[in-house]
Design a binder for this molecule. Structure first.
Ligand code: PNS
Length: 159
């Protein structure tokens, strides 16, 4: 079985992430979304909330699963039986760091990284920008699923 991992923080999932996951699901038998548990960085949403939103947003894809991991991405890939990591590249500015991580990951374990060009509709998009837009009352409906926009508005109102 050809299995790929799409890793990230997903705080929260955006339409840019979903575009990459959906396209990867057509190329691989199974795609595992890996949500990084980062103990040194507290997010807006808990890991369980992020997973729940990702599951809802990817429910249409029968071959997509969501799991969390901490530590090295390559260890998560090994545990999942995945030989490939899929990353979206939004712009040249993403490339330097992504290349470093890809080279480190192949050196550590032989796990390959395949880069997928982001849909130009989302080339400027990030979870951080969406949080800022919603925080200040902007319209993020083109950038996250409606239910994620609602969760964001509710959470940011409390903060
Ligand atoms: O959505 P993000 O925050 O840009 O995702 C970054 C992520 C999770 C892909 C990256 O931080 C990662 O792979 N972290 C795991 C730690 C690791 O394996 N480090 C060494 C690889 S260079």
């Amino acid at each position: 079985m050809r299995r790929a991992v799409c890793p990230g923080s997903f705080d929260p999932v955006t339409n840019g992430h979903l575009d990459i996951v959906g396209r990867a699901s057509r190329l691989f038998d199974e795609v595992v979304i890996g949500v990084l548990i980062n103990q040194s960085k507290s997010g807006l949403f808990t890991i369980d909330e992020r997973i729940e939103m990702l599951r809802e947003a990817t429910a249409e894809y029968e071959n997509v699963r969501v799991a969390s991991f901490h530590g090295l991405l390559v260890d998560f890939c090994r545990a999942q039986g995945a030989a490939v990591v899929i990353k979206g590249l939004r712009a040249v500015s993403d490339f330097d760091y992504e290349l470093q991580m890809a080279q480190m990951n192949i050196g550590l374990s032989g796990v390959e990284t395949l880069f997928m060009p982001t849909n130009p509709l989302y080339s400027f998009l990030s979870s951080s920008l969406v949080k800022d837009v919603v925080k200040w009352g902007g319209d993020a409906s083109s950038y996250v699923p409606d239910f994620v926009g609602d969760r964001l508005a509710e959470r940011l109102k409390q903060n």
